[in-house]
Design a protein around this ligand. Sequence first.
Ligand code: NAP
Length: 276
Amino acid sequence: MAPQGARNPSGRRPQGLSPALTANPGSKTISEHPLQNKAALITGAGRGIGKALAYQLAKLGADLILTSRNLDALMRLSAQLRRRELCRVVEHACDVGEMESVEKLAAVIEHKFGRLDIVINNAGVGYSGVLFESEAEMVGRMLLTNLYGPYLVSRFCLPLVAVGGGGVVVNIVSQAGIEGSPGFAMYSATKQGLQTFSEALRLEMAEHNIRVLTVSPGMTRTSFYDRFLAGKCPAPMSYSDLMAPEEVADSIARALLDPDHGACPEITVRTDGPLQ
Ligand SMILES: NC(=O)c1ccc[n+]([C@@H]2O[C@H](COP(=O)([O-])OP(=O)(O)OC[C@H]3O[C@@H](n4cnc5c(N)ncnc54)[C@H](OP(=O)(O)O)[C@@H]3O)[C@@H](O)[C@H]2O)c1
């Protein structure tokens, strides 16, 4: 398995370097809690990749704001994190596809932390199925969650990063956003949209010292896989070959800590199996 590769297909200039997020800028030495006193928002933290990332960032010392629609899942997670780590954890239910909900989230973060350093746009849903069998309502929800959601979170939460002097936003895209395949047309479209949104944002946010990274995971062992199978699409790879969410979380954490990722802001995390 080759878990990580990094690419910079755009060849654009390095930008938005964030000394605020590097414990020892210019050095590869990383302290035990390099994200101490940094506040990180993770959307879709209730399960899967978001949950694995919550454990990872808590271990690195970050204070966390965890969101998803299911508050119970978040409360179970934050209780575990509080037992194991020293970080502050705030959980707040939010539907990233609804403007009022995201505005409320930003208000809660401002009230509790006053600022933000890291924003992870991870919440996402994936429905598969060929066009004539697709359910338009589900596809609408996917557009709201995967594309409008990261826009809303960026619109209302990134000012809290700018006000603190800068930081980093990570948008979770997908290999499926690079090349369309049957049964995944609209999922691919949402991820391709998020990719180009991120490229534009990268240029806009440079003046605010906000790095914009995209991370493209390959097929990962989460409830995503079950939903793809529910869409009657052939399984692209067997369950045992999927990556663990912890592998993806580890790559995201390393990208957050590495100032060189300002120069190489598009990260691919994949196995040697077929692209997803
Ligand atoms: N797994 C893969 O193979 C794979 C590959 C490439 C990219 N990705 C991307 O990775 C990200 C995480 O996926 P995952 O595999 O970890 O999926 P997952 O296990 O299904 O987790 C998705 C998370 O998003 C939350 N969520 C869904 N809709 C939401 C909404 N409207 N508002 C707020 N939160 C919402 C879910 O919680 P609630 O339902 O409680 O809201 C859940 O916590 C997604 O963006 C996905 O597209 C996954």
